[in-house]
Design a binder for this molecule. Structure first.
Ligand code: DUC
Ligand code: ZN
Ligand code: ZN
Length: 471
């Protein structure tokens, strides 16, 4: 029997190990892993590594920010960037406007993604107004329909108070959804920012000082306690500090239903990236800010020990001009500059370089942090693994190819690369979505509208899930 497609002769990550094997694909799914398969089509993978398509569970795409600013990327341009960097599934945000019904919010984002996305996708229901009409009924209905994660903030102009977050945790947890939290203490940030501005400190570098590490540490600790009280599963987004990791480890040791992620800009950059002449540092402004080398070590240790379970990009694309970073003017003080940087296309090559080429934790751990764990924790059946029955979302890597990032060589719509000058070893040369190439030899092949919305499974609270250290 001939399969639709055979990936022949690659070194395949499967079941936490590496095997030299062929992968047979039928009807978009992995049919078998072994040798001697016939395929109507064959992709030769000799000398290549084959990993699961990246699952990036934290991306801001075609989203209106809390500052009322549209992201630079549409679902179409973000899909291109994802595929070029070896990512085949994303979870982005359906961001509620104040007073807006959640059902309208999600319908709006779903329609735009259905039209533009070339890769598979799901949404976090991002809440800014729990007093909007029919809020609880809409939330329950959306979760039941398969939108199984909710996003809340403890700060920004869309931050919720503890009572509101507790109530959302109660509803979402009981309904089988994960609540993702941007955890920074709003009072600490407001007071620190006011003091800095009064002292005339308005530069991008001052953004870092305006968000002290205590703001993250306090809010993570508090959110862990709320999760325990509500007995509701929580994902702490973008952990940046050593003490934040320690709070999460302690909460998990108590049996709290807490999971957590970090991002490449916290693993590979420090606050020093903001210290550039003029407004240049704005390119690297994100919240929480980058920290220190000691924090980087603690984040890596947290990943190795299983205190942090995954790495997302927090892709937050804004152009370095008046349409994006400087929508409040080229001379805006730091609080008026949009937060975030592109990362969707960078996450996999940066992590592959660190984990596989440089040997930090290894290939099986790379697959786990960037595909398997996000798929498991966010309830994405059929994603994140190379195993029979799973979608044939595959990335072929040339482990010997080196690439030095340039100033503007990403395929998103942002116009700058925050890792300009960084050299990575190991490069994705083909990305397949459900057995169909969406990138091959550097050519983008995705089709807008071909991406599928991914309904998700019930999220439980068992802290035993993914508790262990990495293989
Ligand atoms: N911080 C956020 O909280 N969201 C988007 C980007 C960022 O830097
Ligand atoms: Zn955030
Ligand atoms: Zn984010």
């Amino acid at each position: 029997m001939a399969y639709d497609l055979v990936i022949r002769g690659g070194r395949v990550v499967t079941g936490g190990a590496m095997v030299d094997a062929d992968i047979a694909v039928a009807q978009g799914r992995i049919a078998a892993i072994g040798t001697g398969f016939d395929g109507a089509e064959v992709i030769e993978a000799n000398g290549l590594l084959v990993t699961p398509g990246g699952v990036d569970p934290h991306c801001h795409i075609e989203q209106m920010s809390g500052m009322g600013l549209m992201n630079a990327d549409t679902f179409e341009t973000a899909s291109r960037s994802a595929a070029m960097g070896g990512t085949t599934s994303v979870i982005s945000f359906a961001a509620q406007g104040k007073g807006q019904r959640l059902s309208d919010t999600v319908a709006d984002y779903a329609a735009r993604a259905q039209h533009g996305a070339a890769i598979d996708h799901a949404f976090h229901i991002s809440v800014s107004d729990p007093d909007a009409p029919a809020f609880e009924a809409d939330l329950r209905a959306l979760i039941a329909a398969g939108h199984r994660s909710v996003k809340v903030f403890t700060t920004y102009n869309i931050g919720l108070d503890d009572a509101q977050i507790l109530e959302i945790l109660r509803i979402a947890g009981a309904a089988g959804a994960l609540t993702c939290i941007h955890a920074e203490n709003d009072a600490i940030i407001s007071a620190t920012r006011a003091r800095l501005l009064a002292e005339g400190r308005t530069r991008p570098l001052d953004h870092a000082a305006s968000r002290p590490r205590a703001a993250e540490i306090e809010a993570i600790a508090r959110m862990c306690r709320l999760a325990e009280v509500a007995q509701a599963p929580v994902m702490i987004f973008h952990v940046s500090t050593a003490e934040g990791v320690a709070e999460i480890a302690a909460a998990r040791a108590r049996g709290a239903p807490i999971w957590a992620e970090t991002c490449p800009h916290y693993l590979f950059q420090t606050e020093a990236v903001l210290d550039k002449p003029g407004r240049e540092g704005a390119k690297w402004m994100c919240s929480p800010p980058q920290r220190t080398e000691a924090d980087q070590d603690a984040l890596w240790a947290g990943l190795a020990m299983g205190h942090l379970q995954l790495v997302s990009s927090d892709h937050a694309p804004y152009r370095f001009d008046e349409t994006g970073k400087f929508s409040n003017g080229l001379d805006a003080p730091f609080p008026g500059i949009a937060n975030g940087m592109p990362g969707l296309e960078l996450r996999q090559p940066l992590m592959f370089d660190a984990m596989v080429s440089r040997g930090r934790l290894g290939l099986a751990a790379f697959a786990r942090l960037t595909a398997e764990a996000p798929a498991d924790l966010y309830g994405l059946p059929g994603k994140g693994r190379i195993a029979p029955g799973y979608d044939a979302d595959l990335v072929l890597w040339d482990p010997a190819h080196t690439h030095t990032y340039g100033a503007n060589d990403l395929h998103d719509n942002v116009g700058y690369n925050p890792f300009e000058g960084t050299t990575v070893t190991g490069w994705p040369i083909a990305t397949l979505l459900r057995g169909t190439p969406v990138m091959r030899d550097g050519a983008y092949l995705g089709q807008p509208g071909a991406g599928q919305w991914l309904p998700r499974d019930v999220i439980g609270t068992d802290p035993a899930d993914l508790t262990g250290s990495l293989p």
